[in-house]
Design a protein around this ligand. Structure first.
Ligand SMILES: Cc1cc2nc3c(=O)[nH]c(=O)nc-3n(C[C@H](O)[C@H](O)[C@H](O)COP(=O)(O)O)c2cc1C
Length: 204
């Protein structure tokens, strides 16, 4: 048990967010397995309030890039506070999102605040935010263990995702996951993770 938990940690600690992707396709079955894994997440009252919309289509990816960059230009120029921009500075991000076209696959993650049953009756979902967050963690872990890189992208706001991914209005765009192989010359920001001591406490 201890060994397995230790091994899983060793595998997961090598995950990094990549922002420079190779233009190389990936097997769609990997994506299907990863999304099935995400669907095993626990959820409030077992409502499973998530949807994963996938595209590998160059035209759809171009549309997503165009819409995301429009919002991001507005974000970097006007909406972001100085504190937010300072926090982003070490990551070297800006309003240009070429990876939305270069990466082979984009997964639009949607959160269902409410859903409709087979009789057309609307019902409420409980803790959708927490549930979808856990599902995304499993999705990212699965893709990482399969040998792929991801970027958790949150263009702000993300309303354009409903139209481009043809999702209904009860679904709130949660994030846009960029999936692929890192570019050959890909560089990563030199950032640190908190130690176990910092994030773990025991009582008493
Ligand atoms: C909810 C969330 C939103 C994020 N949004 C963005 C984003 O829009 N653009 C980006 O470049 N990185 C984004 N990131 C990636 C973080 O910057 C990254 O996870 C963090 O710097 C730690 O680096 P690591 O993932 O390599 O450990 C996001 C991460 C999370 C969890």
């Amino acid at each position: 048990m201890i060994e397995r938990a230790g091994e899983f940690y060793q595998q997961m600690r090598t995950r990094r967010t990549v922002r420079d992707f190779a233009d190389r396709s990936i097997p769609m079955q990997v994506i299907e397995h990863a999304i099935a894994t995400a669907g095993t997440a626990p959820s409030g009252a077992n409502k499973q309030p998530w949807h994963f919309a996938v595209t590998a289509d160059p035209q759809v990816k171009a549309q997503l890039r165009h819409a995301a960059e429009r919002e991001e230009r507005e974000f970097y120029a006007r909406r972001a506070t100085k504190e937010w921009l300072d926090a982003l500075a070490p990551l070297g991000t800006d309003a240009n999102k070429p990876f939305l076209e270069t990466a082979p696959v984009l997964i639009g993650v949607f959160m269902q605040k409410s859903s409709t049953d087979e009789d057309g009756q609307r019902y409420k979902n409980y803790y959708p935010m927490e549930s979808v967050g856990i599902a995304c963690g499993l999705l990212i872990a699965s893709l990482h263990l399969a040998g792929l890189a991801t970027l958790t992208h949150t263009p702000s706001p993300m309303g354009f995702m409903n139209e481009i991914f043809a999702r209904p209005p009860n679904e709130k765009p949660y994030l846009l996951l960029v999936v692929g192989y890192p570019a050959e010359n890909c560089r990563l920001p030199d950032i640190e993770r908190k130690s176990s001591k910092q994030i773990l406490s025991t009582v008493p």
